[in-house]
Design a protein around this ligand. Structure first.
Ligand SMILES: Cc1cc2nc3c(=O)[nH]c(=O)nc-3n(C[C@H](O)[C@H](O)[C@H](O)COP(=O)(O)OP(=O)(O)OC[C@H]3O[C@@H](n4cnc5c(N)ncnc54)[C@H](O)[C@@H]3O)c2cc1C
Length: 381
């Protein structure tokens, strides 16, 4: 079905993203895996193209797109080429951007946004802790007022861009007795005394992405680095998590759809018993099932993108999109591996890596179980 979400401006933008990926990313796929990360040069190049500041007003160096469809185009194109890249760059341009644009003072915007847009300030967001990620309101990292600022103690884990980020938005407990109403967001900058990072974590997939543990040992953060309102951090996060989940949904489907397209080509070529393997009824029906799942899911996610543009997307809409797209992506990629036979298990085949890369989407950004919990709660259950 022809998608009606995008207009010619979005398609022009898509072409420029593809050109960037063809020139700066595809040829270096092996290097990115070997280095477990992206060079700063790649971030700077993305900044020059205007990809990093889509949500940022022009006066601070952004592209001021003010239309979530541009975020969606960028997320889709990155995911088609490399799931890890869509995660790392997505955390920056799609997840952290709203915090730095919507919750900051004029002084903070001038301090951070130009570098954010140029790629000189790479960002991360640190909510999850070793003791747990699903129950965000129970986080244990503390921030205690001290003179003109705050002192942070605690640790975070599984933080995307955590190893290389220049600025990390950290959620910390400021009022122990208030649980969800006692959390505040802080910008912790690289080089701040007491802020250290562990090694890049060794993951099952997305080797290119940089995921790290962060440690805060008596870290002094000035008052000017508080993001949003004191004790309102949980609400600030809840208000922005739907966009994070929508961005994840967009990438999940684009990633699966791309690998499915490549698999369809493969099963047309690969022969068994003198016939293309895709021509056996079992496989033909399987592929028919997979393309239907992608197409039907795409219609819902596109509708969510439209709703987000007009600020009508609810947290429950986004939760449905997130868990469903992650499940469909994983089901589709598992079938794609099967259709590739033994080659589907070889790392040199994109399908094998895609299958490993996708596994995490059912876990992060709020696990699929937590998404269903939100949906069930909304039904009064
Ligand atoms: C590669 C990677 C990158 C990540 N990037 C970031 C990042 O940039 N920033 C960040 O803050 N976090 C990040 N995360 C963390 C991620 O969001 C958490 O892993 C996730 O929220 C789950 O938290 P947890 O791992 O502590 O699992 P737990 O909360 O310990 O949950 C364990 C299991 O129990 C289930 N469970 C928990 N509560 C319930 C319930 N009420 N009902 C039913 N089942 C339940 C969960 O669904 C899960 O299956 C990342 C994780 C990974 C793996």
């Amino acid at each position: 079905m022809r998608r009606t979400l995008f207009e010619s401006d979005h398609e022009d933008f898509r072409s420029s993203v593809r050109e960037f990926l063809d020139r700066h990313v595809r040829p270096y796929a092996d290097e990115h895996i070997r280095d477990h990360g992206w060079s700063r040069g790649l971030w700077i190049e993305a900044g020059k193209q205007g990809f990093l500041g889509l949500e940022v007003p022009e006066e601070y160096g952004g592209s001021a797109a003010a239309d979530y469809r541009f975020n969606a185009v960028l997320g889709e194109e990155l995911a088609k080429v490399n799931a890890a890249m869509s995660s790392c760059f997505g955390i920056h341009f799609d997840v952290v951007a709203p915090y730095l644009v919507e919750l900051t003072s004029e002084e903070q915007k001038h301090r951070w946004l130009p570098g954010f847009c140029s790629g000189e300030i790479v960002t991360a967001i640190a909510m999850t802790e070793p003791s747990g990620g699903s129950d965000l309101a129970a986080l244990r990292t503390t921030a205690v007022r001290d003179g003109q600022g705050w002192v942070l103690d605690g640790s975070k884990t599984f933080i995307t861009n955590g190893y290389s980020a220049d600025l990390v938005v950290v959620a910390a407990r400021t009022s122990p007795q208030k649980k969800a109403r006692g959390i505040t967001l802080f910008a912790v900058e690289a080089g701040t005394v007491g802020f250290t990072r562990g090694n890049r974590l060794d993951k099952v997939g997305q080797e290119e992405s940089d995921t790290a543990e962060l440690f805060f040992d008596g870290v002094r953060v000035p008052e000017e680095n508080v993001i949003g309102e004191v004790d309102q951090g949980f609400i600030h996060m809840m208000e922005r998590l739907p966009q994070e989940r929508l961005g994840a949904s967009v990438s999940n489907l684009a990633h699966a759809a791309q690998i499915l397209d490549e698999t369809i080509e493969y099963v047309k070529e690969r022969k068994a018993f003198g016939r293309p393997v895709g021509s056996f009824q079992h496989n033909k029906f399987l592929v028919a099932d997979l393309v239907t799942r992608i197409g039907v899911s795409q219609a819902y996610v596109d509708q969510c993108v439209q709703a987000h543009r007009t600020r009508d997307l609810t947290a429950v809409d986004a939760a449905k999109a997130k868990w469903w797209s992650a499940q469909v992506q994983n089901d589709v990629l598992d079938a794609c591996v099967q259709l590739h036979g033994g080659y589907g298990f070889m790392n040199e085949y994109r399908v094998a890596r895609a299958w490993r890369d996708a596994r995490v989407t059912k876990i992060w950004a709020g696990s699929n179980e937590i998404m269903k919990e939100l949906i069930g709660r909304d039904l009064g259950l």
